[in-house]
Structures are given as structure tokens and as C-alpha cells.
Design a binder for this molecule. Sequence first.
Ligand code: UDP
Ligand code: MG
Length: 326
Amino acid sequence: MAVRRTSAKASQEPVLLSIVVPMYNEEGGVGLFFDRLEPVLQAITEDYEIICVDDGSSDGTYDKLLEHRTRDGRIKVINLSRNFGKDTALSAGLDHAFGRAVVPIDADLQDPPELIADMMEKWREGFEVVYARRADRASDTATKRVTANWFYRIYNAIADIDIPQNAGDFRLLDQRVIAALRNLPERNRFMKGLFAWVGYKQASVEYIREERAHGETKWKYWQLWNFALDGITGSSTFPLRVWTYFGLAVFVFAVIYAIILSIDVLIHGVDVPGYASTMVAVLFLGGINILATGIIGEYLGRIFTEVRSRPLYLVREMHGIEHRIY
Ligand code: UDP
Ligand code: MG
């Protein structure tokens, strides 16, 4: 067993590079992943750790990870109590990553590990966030490409701080940035939004997103929709506030229309037909009202989650990590 770094060293002196990998049912891909990642890291430094967060997998992912850990002690494992979702798993990993530079990466090799070398170079030049920007989205389906595009457009139009187009969670973060993220109290961990919010000196590197090396994507469209809602409601109150102006506009219109109608009645007398226009007004206002209430509900539900302030995730077991957050 080649455990290279003692735990004493880990708590005194941070490693140079922490890699954080959320994993959910990746049993078949774990081996491939390490085979490709490790030589890349070796070429950069000996002083690294790979923090694998098993997000409540129901297959053999966890056992596979422990097996790999006996081979190399720099592979560390956090086992969550159930499936919490990618962003939360990523948060769990980042909470325990104390490297001077930290790189979250997907386990399916869609984020090419070779890029980490370029990111480290930028980091050494003084950038604190180096995100990987997808040069194209050829590996995604047409629907996903179109919906993703809409999402970025809408998000950037209304959110307070823009997120870079076509950049995922694959990026290098300085420990300073990680510390800032750790201090953000919210339960809604839309990581792309949080990464953008914290700011810091940013640079980007380009890459071609590959096909999944093994298994299939865990996202369903309904989840993506909810993810998008989380993203927008987590970063902007515009959808809530817009109704003030809309309501005001309708009110002004109603007053003017009422005056016109009154004058009309005074001049031409009472005009009974008017069913169509009445129905249109009733349905339109009713619909808008329900929509506005629904949007308030979206926020209210999220406020409820925040207020309840449960821990973000629960750790079942940790291997190779001393700093316990929860
Ligand atoms: N993942 C996770 N928890 C989940 C779903 C996914 O930790 O509930 C991990 C997954 O194992 C992978 C990464 O998140 O390492 C990205 O997932 P996926 O490839 O399914 O997403 P996509 O690349 O399609 O956006
Ligand atoms: Mg993937």
C-alpha cells in the first residue's frame, strides 16, 4: 500500500492541487477516469489529491473508489448519505478541498484532464479563476444545445451577474475563491451562478467537449428545467419585481379605458353587447394573476428551504480527509 502523504502533513501544509470529482453511479468509468487523469497530474506535480465524492451511488462506485485508494493514498473519498445531486456533491467536495488550486471535474471524461496543465499555467500567471470554455457543443443533442442557449440568454438578460456562455463547472479555482464559496450560506447551490458571483481575476481556456467515456448522462429534461429555475431564482429577483411594473401598466390602461367608456356611455348611451371584450379582459387578467402568484410561489418555496436551513448534505464516511465541515 503506497500511502504517500501522512495525515499530519495534510493538516499543516496544503497540497498544491486538489481535484474534486462528483460521482453518481460511475462504477464502469472510475478506472478509465483515473487512468487518464493520473498521468496528467503526475506531469504537473507530485503534490496533489483527488477528492472523489460518491453522491449516494447505488452501484459499486464506492467500493471501486476505496479499491483505488488502497493503491494511492492521494485518492480521497467522501461518501454522502444519499444522492444529493451534482451541485451539492460538488459543494461537499469543495468544502473539503484545501489545495492551493482546486479543480472540479466530471468523472465521465467529458472534461479533458489534459486541460488542467493549461489552467495551472494561467493560475501561476496570477489568475484566480480559470474556466474552461467549450469551443463547441457538438457532443450534445440538438435539443440540449438549443435549450442551453436559451437558458444562457435569459439568465444573462435578467441575472445581476452574467455567467460565461458554454462554461461548465470544469475550472480552476484558487483557494481564496474556494474559501469565499465556502462562506456563502445559501442552500441553493447553483454553482455556475455562485462562481460568477464571487468574482476574482478570471481567465479562460478553450476546449472541445468530448462524448461521455462510459455510461450515460444523469440529467432528465425535467431536472434541467428545475435546474434552470434554481439558477435564475437563485441569482435574480427580476421575475418577482417585473409584476410591479406590469401591474402598474395594466392599471393605467384600465383607468384610461374606464374614462373613455364613461364618456362613450354619456354621449351614445348604454351599449349592451361587449361579451367578447369582457371575457378577454377577465381571462387575460386571471391568467396573468395566476402566473404572478406562481412566480411568487417559486421564490417562497426556495425561501422556505433556506429558512429551514438544513445541512446541505450529510456525509456517511470520509477516507483521507480530516477537516470535517458537517
Ligand atoms: N453526478 C453526481 N450526482 C448526480 C448526477 C451526476 O455527482 O446526481 C456527477 C456524475 O457522476 C458526473 C458529473 O456529475 O461525474 C456530471 O454528470 P453527467 O455527465 O450526468 O452530466 P452532463 O455531463 O450530462 O451535464
Ligand atoms: Mg457528462
